[in-house]
Write a protein that binds this ligand. Structure first.
Ligand code: PSU
Ligand code: MN
Length: 304
């Protein structure tokens, strides 16, 4: 394994000594935001995690190596490249063998975090069941990887580019623990009103840490999804953003954008239509998720 993975010395030391670590994905950097805002955001997210007393570990692929804990110049290299592969499980070996730059999705990052033993991961939104999945079969690998990896993921739910009801059904089928952080409603990323009820709500990192400990002590394999609402002041109007999303999906279908480029296309299009408003929201909720994830990692470190 070591032949293909570089773990940043700080992260490695943290893993060995049971320090709090928070994994971060890189698809959000390469495909979720424009350059140079993506670099700025990625570095600020790391600062927030450090400020809360945890070690950030941005994960991606460079020069034929999986990087766990990318350095600022590596983040910048990925963020400014136009030749990046979006990496989930099936892309890892190809990307390494061809020494391409690979940005890991939630699923790719989860898989790698699990390989090296990182237990907490912060992201923006997870992938899920796409709106017309009944015809296209388009269901994100994220849901499968959530069911097989053993990690705690903090996200702001998922965007309504997805069918959030069906996404929740699949999360249940796959046995992914779902906890609302201070909420009983599944957040819809840009706003907090999906109408989907979450039975379990917790509001203290210590309570969540205890749940992690109990679940994995019992050998109950799989991840825990903590959904964290975006702070009210940053919420976008529900009717407005839903209309923007519909416009973006119509355009994507007309252009025949397919497969794994659908999500990046929609994110980009939404940003264009909202003239950057969606990007600002996106950045704020990632900051918030990073903070909550770091707090949970710190609370969980007493079990390590
Ligand atoms: N949803 C977002 N922002 C993102 C993504 C999804 O709101 O940046 C990215 C994540 O990396 C996620 C991936 O894991 O897209 C899912 O892609 P797909 O739908 O192709 O599985
Ligand atoms: Mn897909």
């Amino acid at each position: 394994m070591q032949a293909y993975i570089d773990i940043h010395p700080k992260v490695l030391q943290g893993i060995r000594t049971g320090k709090p670590i928070v994994a971060l994905e890189s698809t959000i950097i390469a495909f979720g935001m424009p350059y140079p805002k993506n670099v700025e955001t990625a570095l600020s997210v790391e600062k927030i995690i450090e400020h809360e007393g945890a070690i950030p570990a941005t994960i991606g692929i460079l020069n034929g190596r999986i990087k766990v804990g990318m350095k600022p110049d590596e983040i910048t290299q990925m963020a400014s490249s136009k030749q990046v592969i979006k990496v989930s499980k099936r892309d890892i070996a190809f990307c390494l063998s061809k020494k391409r730059i690979g940005a890991t999705t939630v699923s790719g990052t989860l898989l790698i975090a699990d390989m090296v033993g990182i237990k907490v991961f912060a992201t923006g939104g997870i992938g899920g069941v796409h709106k017309n999945a009944i015809k296209t079969f388009d269901i994100s690998r994220d849901l499968d990887e959530l069911s097989t990896s053993n990690c705690l993921v903090v996200s702001s739910g998922a965007k309504s580019i997805l069918d959030l009801e069906l996404t929740n059904e699949v999360l249940e089928t796959k046995g992914v623990d779902l906890i609302g952080y201070n909420t009983n409603e599944f957040p819809a990323f840009y706003h907090n009103h999906s109408g989907i009820h979450i039975p379990y709500m917790l509001d203290k990192p210590e309570e969540i840490a205890e749940m992690m400990h109990i679940k994995w002590s019992l050998g109950l394999r799989g991840s825990i999804l903590v959904v964290n609402p975006i702070p009210k002041i940053f919420e976008l109007d529900q009717a407005y953003i839903n209309q923007v999303i519909d416009t973006a999906i119509t355009k994507q279908e007309q252009l025949g954008i397919e497969g794994k480029m659908i999500t990046p296309y929609l994110l980009n299009e939404i940003e264009k239509i909202t003239e950057g408003k969606s990007l600002e929201t996106n950045i704020q909720l990632i900051y918030h998720n990073a903070k909550v994830a770091a707090n949970i990692a710190v609370a969980y470190s007493k079990f390590l």
